[in-house]
Design a protein around this ligand. Structure first.
Ligand code: B12
Length: 258
């Protein structure tokens, strides 16, 4: 394949991802959906109850209690993504709400977030993995972005879907990220932004990565908060369930390869 043909494929793939993500803007992204969780939960354990209890333990700084709850949820048959997206994520949003309403302090939020990380690390130990896909993804928060729990969940879910993942975490300096992408040549890069003030950096970084013929998928609350009011950036904003998004990303990368 010559260079032009490679570029055509990359552009076609990127257009596909853009069209797909634009459609997803209207699909609702924040949660995996209780239907998924309830159908897998044979013990009659209530999701909302789990969220309340987990938040209670976060606020009480009860690390071992929170871990026991996560283990109980797993033992009851709730799958790893269900615990992640339908228990830990809403618990984090609830912490944010309480912090915003001055019901808890910044210190309380830090304690709770540290517990959420403990839980995510526990889930990683038992992460189910499909067959390896031989596709490499880079997952990173854009420069300036400190909220990395969502990106970490996405990285773990990508691994679960068989992707090889290079996960960089919070606040990745753009120049360094670009060098890593140039060195490691991922099949796609997933960028995360929570604060809307990081959207310009997200857009600049995405443009530079695309110029290297690496497709970009962007997500995070900044994108869902601004909706389609950010010029062409909305094209990158996936609002579908992360699980659906990742299956589809895998299929699109497979097609682009053929
Ligand atoms: C924990 C937390 C922090 C921690 C973050 C620690 C960490 N390691 O992540 C710390 C203390 C650093 C922090 C700092 C700040 N925070 Co804060 N924080 C939160 C909180 C409570 C939880 C975030 C979280 O863990 N979410 C859970 C994850 C799993 O959800 P998620 O990020 O949405 O990710 C999911 C999806 O969005 C998506 N996704 C995410 N990334 C990607 C990427 C791709 C490619 C894809 C496909 C999908 C995807 O998939 C994930 C799984 O479904 C939120 C509350 C909230 N409602 O979000 C506030 C919140 C986001 N923070 C807020 C604020 C204001 C701040 C600060 C400005 C506070 C300050 N004055 O300093 C700073 C800004 C820091 C910065 N420069 O980035 C506000 C933002 C308000 C706004 N509308 O802009 C919030 C909403 C709190 C509130 N209710 O007011 N924060």
């Amino acid at each position: 394949m010559d260079v032009n043909r490679n570029q055509e494929w990359s552009e076609a793939l990127f257009r596909l991802i853009c069209v797909y993500t634009a459609i997803c803007l209207f699909a609702g992204f924040e949660r995996s959906g209780d239907a998924f969780l309830n159908s897998s939960n044979k013990s009659g354990i209530q999701v909302d109850d789990l969220v309340d209890r987990f938040v209670g333990m976060q606020i009480a700084a009860d690390r071992s209690g929170a871990l026991a709850l996560i283990n109980q949820a797993l033992a009851s048959g709730i799958p790893v993504p269900g615990v992640m997206l339908d228990v830990i994520q809403p618990a984090q949003y609830e912490l944010g709400r309480r912090w915003e309403c001055d019901e808890i302090s910044i210190a309380d939020e830090h304690v709770g977030t540290a517990i959420a990380y403990l839980a995510i690390n526990r889930l990683y130990e038992v992460l189910p993995r499909t067959e390896p896909r031989e596709q490499r993804l880079v997952v990173a928060c854009v420069e300036g972005e400190q909220h990395d729990l969502g990106a970490r969940m996405i990285a773990d879910l990508c691994e679960m879907h068989g992707f090889e993942v290079i996960y960089l975490g919070a606040n990745v300096p753009t120049e360094s990220l670009l060098r890593l992408i140039d060195d490691r040549r991922p099949d796609a890069t997933l960028l995360s932004a929570t604060m809307t003030w990081n959207l310009p950096e997200l857009e600049r970084t995405a443009n530079r990565i695309e110029a290297m013929s690496v497709p970009v998928v962007a997500g995070g609350r900044a994108l869902s908060w601004v909706g389609d009011n950010v010029g062409h950036l909305d094209l990158y904003a996936p609002r579908e369930s992360p699980l659906d998004l990742l299956s589809r990303l895998g299929n699109e990368l497979d097609h682009a390869r053929q």
